[in-house]
Design a binder for this molecule. Structure first.
Ligand code: DLL
Length: 439
């Protein structure tokens, strides 16, 4: 376990994280009214949806009134491709990002200069919340280019006063040379890629003695994965969450207490809704996270359904921030796999595997249909030491994994142990599922 240094807990840019709740709610309401009005005046899709529901910006008197307004969903952005949701003329748009997603039109996201400034400030606070400040050497391996992760984090780290290395994804051996030679103290990337980097560094005999902070996000990762990363490397690992449609990274982040992620509530307004009925759920109850932007002009998003499942954490945080927290996002409503009628999330499989000693966080779920029945195979990579061990101990490990999976999933899975480095590594998000039932 790393030691979390308390002297690094406060950064001047973090002041908005600590404002008293009442003025914060006032600021949210003021910004929310402005955002809803802007979207209504300038985005025809939002205006027509409001008309269908019989609501207008005048109906927004309290924050709770937002629940009367229509949702937006991922396909809205694809259907409006490329610029149908813009609320600013193109002359005022300073940057465009896009993601290809899974088929169909890409999702395009637009920012004015002031949107970019607000986004940068959000990232400054996120990085400060993980203990970063001036003097830090930040290796940024989130993808640059059209994706939001790279540039979003980059400008935040620069504005924080850190030294930024814009490595982007890929070319792992070069990344390792940089980590070793440039005195890197903090890394930003997906957790699965970091695991891959560490593994490859071991093979090359490289060590990163100055690295002490990892800021990981863009994909779900379990608490078991955090413990494994910290125990293996001695760094402190923090969770950073974001969604491109509402700017990118910087929606929520952990602090030193690491018990939930603080939502940057002056920039986004969070709601948790029942995924089926759309009703707003009370604090502490798990549901789908819905986000409304509060500081974006070019593309205001009203009640965007993220598909990410979480709950609001009602208790105040030990760190003193007044920003409300959400639980870590371990799964999405649309990454559920239905296997013989049982819901299985890849995150549960990861936690079940990491609960067993001698395994690596590399796995793949393969689904097939055999004689009309769903079959789930979980391929788990083992360490070279375990792999070259006696057949008997491999079999014992296989059985332990099968039990751990059955215990957590309520479902029997076939476990196959595969040799070191046989599962494909990803340079961004890990691809965990191969569903041959659909092929
Ligand atoms: O992944 C933005 C980002 C970049 C966030 C770098 C954090 C760090 P999208 O490509 O639009 O944006 O994907 C958003 O990724 O709805 C979640 O399902 C997932 N996700 C992002 N961060 C986390 C996280 C970026 N910390 C989608 N934990 C979201 C779990 C995450 N899931």
């Amino acid at each position: 376990m790393p030691t979390l240094d308390p002297s690094r807990r406060f950064h001047p840019a973090s002041a908005p994280d600590y404002v008293p709740v009442e003025p914060l709610r006032g600021l949210q309401l003021e910004r929310l009214k402005r955002t809803v009005r802007r979207a209504h005046d300038r985005v025809p899709l939002f205006r027509s949806r409001c008309a269908e529901r019989g609501v207008s910006p005048d109906d927004l008197a309290t924050l709770e009134d937002l629940a009367r307004f229509p949702f937006s969903v991922g396909t809205d952005l694809r259907d409006a491709y490329p610029f149908g949701l813009l609320a600013s003329p193109m002359e005022e748009v300073a940057r465009l990002h896009a993601s290809t997603g899974s088929g169909g039109n890409p999702t395009v996201v637009a920012y004015t200069r002031s949107d970019l400034e607000a986004w940068t400030q959000a990232l400054v606070r996120c990085l400060a919340s993980c203990g970063l400040g001036p003097g830090e050497v930040v290796h940024n391996a989130f993808g640059y280019g059209l994706l939001t992760g790279g540039l979003g984090t980059h400008y935040g780290a620069e504005a924080l006063g850190a030294t930024v290395i814009p490595v982007s994804g890929g070319n792992t051996d070069r990344q390792i040379a940089i980590l070793r030679d440039f005195g890197v103290t903090a890394i930003c990337c997906t957790p699965s890629y970091f695991v891959h980097v560490v593994e490859r560094a071991r093979e090359l005999g490289a060590d990163f003695s100055r690295l002490r902070t990892g800021i990981f996000g863009a994909e779900p990762w379990s608490e078991a994965m955090r413990r494994r990363i910290e125990a293996d490397t001695g760094i402190a690992a923090f969770d950073l969450y974001g969604v491109s449609e509402v700017a990118g990274p910087g929606v929520a982040v952990e602090c030193f207490a690491r018990s939930g992620l603080h939502v940057l509530e002056d920039h986004v307004y969070p709601e948790i809704v029942d995924p089926a009925s759309g009703e707003v759920l009370p604090d502490g109850v798990e549901g789908e996270l819905v986000l409304t932007t509060l500081s974006r002009d070019a593309m205001p998003m009203i009640r965007y359904r993220t598909r990410d499942l979480t709950a609001m954490v009602p208790e105040p945080c030990a760190c003193g921030r007044t920003l409300r927290r959400i639980r870590r996002i371990a799964r999405r409503s649309d990454d559920v796999l239905i296997v013989r009628g049982v819901s299985v999330f890849p995150g549960q499989v990861e936690a079940a595997i990491l609960a067993v000693e001698g395994t690596l966080p590399h796995f793949q779920i393969v689904l097939r249909r055999e004689k009309g029945l769903d079959e789930m195979e979980v391929r788990v990579e083992v360490t070279p030491a375990v792999f070259s061990d006696q057949i008997g101990s491999l079999e014992a490990l296989r059985q332990k994994l099968a039990q751990s999976l059955e215990h957590r999933l309520g479902l029997r899975a076939r476990v196959s142990l595969v040799g070191p480095r046989t599962l494909q590594r990803s340079e961004g998000r890990a691809q965990r599922v191969l569903d041959e039932r659909k092929m």
